[in-house]
Design a binder for this molecule. Structure first.
Ligand code: 5GP
Ligand code: ZN
Length: 115
């Protein structure tokens, strides 16, 4: 039993709408989508943020991006474009401290920052 929400999704203890599932990567729809396509791509192993993941296992960090690109194509957003985002820490707006790559698309996403 872990208190990490996304580890619990990996373990199947909390349901999620899964869109991709490989040996070491899971992708599922965000519960509060901010765009028509909003998918979270995570390593099944726990790392707190993107920098920790990349330092420990750069190939796995690359596979997150690869899976995100494949999902962008299957979701039909690749041609018009999309945004990939790792929020990190308090100022970055990170709420879940299990690294996740946001894939956002399906509409023009507006300016990069709201500030
Ligand atoms: P962060 O702010 O950490 O970058 O993003 C966390 C994301 O996780 C948010 O977009 C939020 O909507 C999503 N989220 C939070 N709890 C759950 C959950 O239980 N299931 C799913 N599928 N997404 C969640
Ligand atoms: Zn975790």
């Amino acid at each position: 039993m872990t208190d990490c929400l996304f580890c619990r999704i990996v373990e199947g203890e909390i349901p999620a709408t899964v869109v991709a599932d490989t040996d070491d990567v899971l992708a599922f729809r965000d519960i509060t989508p901010k765009a028509p396509t909003h998918v979270l791509v995570i390593p099944k192993a726990h790392y707190a943020n993107a920098a920790e993941l990349a330092a420990a296992d750069p190939a796995l960090a690359g596979r997150l991006i690869d899976v995100a690109g494949t999902i962008a194509t299957s979701e039909g957003v690749a041609e018009d474009g999309y945004r990939l985002m790792f929020n990190t820490g308090r100022h970055g707006g990170q709420e879940v401290f299990h690294v996740h790559l946001h894939l956002l698309g399906g509409t023009p996403l507006g300016p990069m920052l709201a500030i």
